[in-house]
Design a protein around this ligand. Structure first.
Ligand code: SDX
Length: 431
């Protein structure tokens, strides 16, 4: 069967150029333009890479029009309903759901790797107490590389997996330590009688002198939030991890760069901004003025938690979180939580407004996650660190896949140059 191609006709010269079509197992086909410059002398122009495929991947599939999100073929709804975060992390890294023995080994390896070198505690002390925990995460995660000098043989699959497990295992410890540091409380060590998510809750909210009361509904809700944030195809922070990793930088440095990218309010920082927005709204009566501001092109304000570069129908994660939000608040006896009532009214008003309907701006994953996290007791400045904790599973899986992909190369985009053309230097006295 003839290979599928597209033909580009240069209307300046009448030249025709054929380019191969690459077909995926799901989703749109891609035009392979790797020979474009060599054949035509042209580059493509796609600020924000909205129409550009940067890599091959088998990890996550998103259909933005149908609101589909799958990890290795399993729907996010199915995984939230039946799996747990550590099993999803295994799935992202290995491509298949683990058998009993495989899961037991993975679980044991992660549990064994949760501690960080005692020296790292001194890194926290260099920060002001009111430092944003994302600043601490960027520093401490990047600094992890200084404790594993010898273990950067990126050509060894076993070593790549070891780095991935270390990062998945240590992020909860570092996130919890950054919180304890910010409130001046004793940092706690992981406990062998807890698993992944419950142990994180213990390290966050436990105290040395008290027996910790674990609430199963809270553990389940947080684990689901971690699953929902685990991976999301080639989003800004994942692309940053791939970009940094493509230079051969070690995975700790690459993930640290991903944490930096995630921090932005247009990306992972939105969950914290949703809470700040709801709190600044105060009451339902204030909603119309915020909707008005969100539409005003001269006002930089955006309705936080609404809109998405890919989802132009609904974010399936928001649907799962909406339900989970009600379950958690019911379990905590907070169903009359004013912020939830305000959020529900804001969602109703926005979804009936022509501006949002026309632009397909629906609630995204960040809209509900903040309300649940606040109800559990996380301060809003910890929301994005939690996102980073969960996304470390996806970042490491994507970083590992990039190193195993024979087509992957050093990332180096080009540009449309609009600056000065060549000119001679003018000595200072003649300017
Ligand atoms: C995440 O990529 C991923 O997968 C990300 C993520 C992941 O899991 O990794 O899903 C996580 O980042 C979720 C998104 C969290 N961000 C927010 O909630 C911040 C608020 N949202 C906006 O900043 C915005 O919607 C973006 C950045 C998310 C997407 O913006 P796009 O795709 O670049 O769309 P755009 O800016 O081109 O907007 C199209 C139109 C514009 O109006 P017009 O110029 O057509 O008149 O929609 C408007 C925008 O002004 N618009 C909004 C809006 N989002 C877009 N107007 C008001 N409020 C908003 N939130």
């Amino acid at each position: 069967m003839m290979a599928k191609t597209v033909t580009l006709i240069d209307n300046q010269t009448g030249e025709k150029y054929d380019f191969p079509i690459l077909e995926g197992t799901q989703g749109p086909d891609l035009i392979d333009i790797r020979t474009l410059y060599g054949k035509t002398g042209y580059f493509t122009f796609d600020p924000g890479y909205g129409a550009t495929g940067a890599c091959e991947s088998k990890i996550t599939y998103i259909d933005g029009d149908k609101g589909i999100l799958q990890h290795r073929g399993y729907s996010i709804e199915n995984l939230c309903d039946k799996s747990n975060f550590l099993e999803v992390a295994y799935l992202l890294l290995h491509g298949e759901l683990p058998k009993q023995t495989e899961y037991a080994q993975f679980h044991a390896e992660i549990m064994e790797s949760r501690l960080i070198n005692e020296q790292l505690q001194f890194f926290f002390r260099g920060f002001r107490r009111d430092a944003h925990p994302m600043a601490i995460l960027v520093g401490v995660v990047g600094a992890l590389s200084s404790f594993y000098h010898g273990a950067f043989d990126l050509h060894s699959e076993e070593n790549r997996l070891l780095c991935c497990r270390r990062l998945v295992a240590k992020l909860p410890t570092i996130v919890a330590m950054s919180y304890k540091y910010s409130i001046g409380q004793a940092m706690l060590y992981p406990r062998e009688d807890y698993n992944y998510t419950d142990n994180f809750l213990y390290m966050m909210f436990g105290k040395p002198e008290h027996k910790f009361k674990m609430i199963p509904e809270v553990v389940s809700a947080l684990d689901k939030i971690f699953i929902l944030h685990a991976d999301h195809e080639q989003n800004a922070s994942t692309s940053t991890v791939r970009m940094a990793g493509s230079t051969g930088a070690n995975p700790y440095a690459a993930v640290s760069s991903g944490i930096s990218a995630l921090w932005g309010p247009a990306h992972g920082g939105a969950n914290e901004e949703v809470l700040n927005m709801l709190k600044s709204m105060g009451s339902v009566d204030d909603i119309p003025q915020y909707i008005k501001r969100a539409k005003d092109k001269d006002d930089p304000f955006r309705l936080m938690g609404f809109g998405h570069r890919v989802y132009k129908n609904f974010d399936p994660r928001a649907n799962v979180l909406r339900q989970s939000c009600h379950e958690v608040l019911d379990a905590l006896g907070m169903k009359e939580q004013p912020l939830l009532k305000l959020a529900m009214e804001l969602e109703r008003i926005a979804l009936e407004d022509e501006y949002f309907i026309e632009r397909k701006l629906f609630p995204n994953v960040d809209f509900y996650s903040g309300i649940i996290l606040e109800a559990i007791g996380f301060p809003s400045y910890m929301f994005t660190p939690l996102f980073a904790l969960a996304r470390t599973a996806g970042w490491t899986a994507q970083w590992k896949e990039m190193h195993e992909d024979k087509t992957s190369r050093l990332c180096r985009p080009r540009q449309l140059y609009l600056g000065e053309t060549a000119r001679e230097y003018i000595p200072m006295e003649k300017r």
